[in-house]
Design a protein around this ligand. Structure first.
Ligand code: S3P
Length: 447
């Protein structure tokens, strides 16, 4: 977990960004590869795993429940699984740190095992709602005692056999969908999840890849019905994790905004349920070329060549929200430098991320001189048309890695330096962020 001592860092403009960087492994896929490998019978091998704190929290939890997980000197991870149904009682509380994905997906896994686990997390995670997961898992038979408001710390008593359910997702959440599907793995019969709005589909892809009997059908109104036959036997896999588009997003926006920049971001996962930010930036006039398009680990991947561009604001279609849900903080920074007024709607979910990302971004943008209106479900940002922002202040990142990185990028296009009060949370998802940015020519000074 990241250090309790805050790590302030000052970012300021220092000329064009140039060069090529390779973005680290996808966080969502990394979590899922550890979890499913830990449930397979035999040894899986994972290449390109994101070695960020969130993923390491998942690895520690899977170890605590019996999986053998090792990293070799060349960065390859091997996992000896316990088999579906084979998870062991952890001896101590599972510390999830800052990671909502670890918490919600592991709650699903444990719900159908005859074990009891206590989940704890940091101050940010302890404010986030878990009721969205405890509701379906209770219907499957798990017993959950949560802190007031359905929050962490919570204790979950799994049950075996659990009861298969048909569950219609009340919120567009890949984490809730995945929690139910993972619980279904050790549940007899067929568990069905109905997803009215499409969310990231890494769980479905990977479950099928590990040999689970899973079908996905389009039903009425564009909804998807995902059916999983339980008591599955998962076969070990060789996994290659593609680069994380949610990390690439910060470099892509920085290159678009900093005059004279020409940057290639290699190894970017472009799963259509994840990559909408790049479509939106292109609609705004961003020069982003997809080069060397290929498949990595069953996911589309390309290298993105990004050149500085004059951006024009648009009304971002709300139906794109789930496929760029983590990218709104950095999109708001792009909007602040574009011409005209950019609007976003349908973003209520941003209020329950690592921080309330609508409030935190509105407050921070205002502090660095951006004209912004906060609405219940989105922001209205009036851009400068490319002129630098005033900057010259300190931003409270509120234990939210994506807020910290977004304002770091804003610092590169501000007249006065932008100080991030604490960059430590960046280690949850993108530990090499500052190194990659300074390697491209950005100026970042600790303290
Ligand atoms: C994730 C799903 C998203 C996303 C999070 C990772 C996942 O959350 O914000 O960073 O790996 O399933 P929701 O599904 O709750 O929107």
């Amino acid at each position: 977990m990241h250090a309790a001592v805050p790590a302030p860092m000052r970012f300021r403009s220092a000329g064009p960004l140039r060069g090529t960087v390779t973005v680290p492994g996808d966080k969502s896929i990394s979590h899922r590869s550890l979890m499913l490998s830990a449930l397979a019978v035999g040894t899986s091998r994972i290449e390109g795993l994101l070695e960020g704190e969130d993923v390491l929290a998942t690895a520690a939890a899977m170890r605590a429940m019996g999986a053998m997980i090792e990293r070799s000197a060349d960065g390859i991870w091997t996992v000896d699984g316990v088999g579906v149904g084979g998870l062991l009682q952890p001896a101590t509380a599972l510390d999830m740190g800052n990671s909502g994905t670890s918490t919600r997906l592991l709650m699903g896994l444990i719900a159908s095992h005859p074990i009891t686990a206590t989940f704890i997390g940091d101050a940010s995670l302890s404010k986030r709602p878990m009721g969205r997961v405890t509701e379906p898992l209770s219907l499957m038979g798990a017993e959950i005692t949560a802190s007031p408001g359905g929050r962490l710390p919570l204790m979950l008593r799994g049950i075996c056999p659990a009861v298969p359910i048909e569950y219609r997702l009340p919120v567009a959440s890949a984490q809730v969908k995945s929690a139910v599907l993972l619980a279904a793995l050790n549940t007899p019969g067929i568990t069905r999840v109905i997803e009215p709005v499409r969310t990231r589909d890494h769980s479905e892809r990977m479950l099928a890849g590990f040999g689970a009997a899973l079908t996905v059908e389009e039903i009425a109104d564009g909804a998807r019905l995902i059916s999983l036959h339980g008591e599955a036997e998962l076969k070990p896999q060789q996994i290659v994790v593609p680069g994380d588009p949610s990390s690439a997003a910060f470099i892509v926006v920085a290159a678009l905004l900093v005059p004279g920049s020409d940057v290639t971001v290699a190894n970017v996962g472009l799963n259509p349920t994840r990559a909408a930010l790049f479509d939106v930036l292109r609609l705004m006039g961003g020069d982003i070329a997809y080069e060397n398009a290929r498949e990595v680990g069953g996911e589309p991947v390309a290298d993105l060549r990004v050149r500085h561009s004059a951006l024009a604001n648009i009304a971002v279609p709300p139906d794109l929200a789930p496929s760029m849900i983590d990218e709104f903080p950095i999109l708001f920074v792009a909007q602040a430098l574009a011409s005209g007024t950019g609007t976003t709607t349908g973003l209520e979910e941003l209020r329950v991320k690592e921080s309330d990302r609508l409030a935190t971004m509105a407050e921070g943008l205002r502090a660095i001189g951006v004209s912004v209106e906060e609405r219940e479900d989105g922001l209205v940002v009036t851009g400068t048309g490319g002129d630098p922002l005033p900057g010259g202040t300190t931003i409270a990142a509120k234990l939210d890695h994506r807020i910290a990185m977004s304002f770091a990028v804003a610092g590169l296009v501000s007249r006065g330096a932008v100080v991030i009060d604490d960059m430590a949370p960046v280690a949850t998802s993108f530990p090499v962020f500052t190194d990659l940015m300074t390697g491209l020519g950005a100026e970042a000074i600790a303290g």
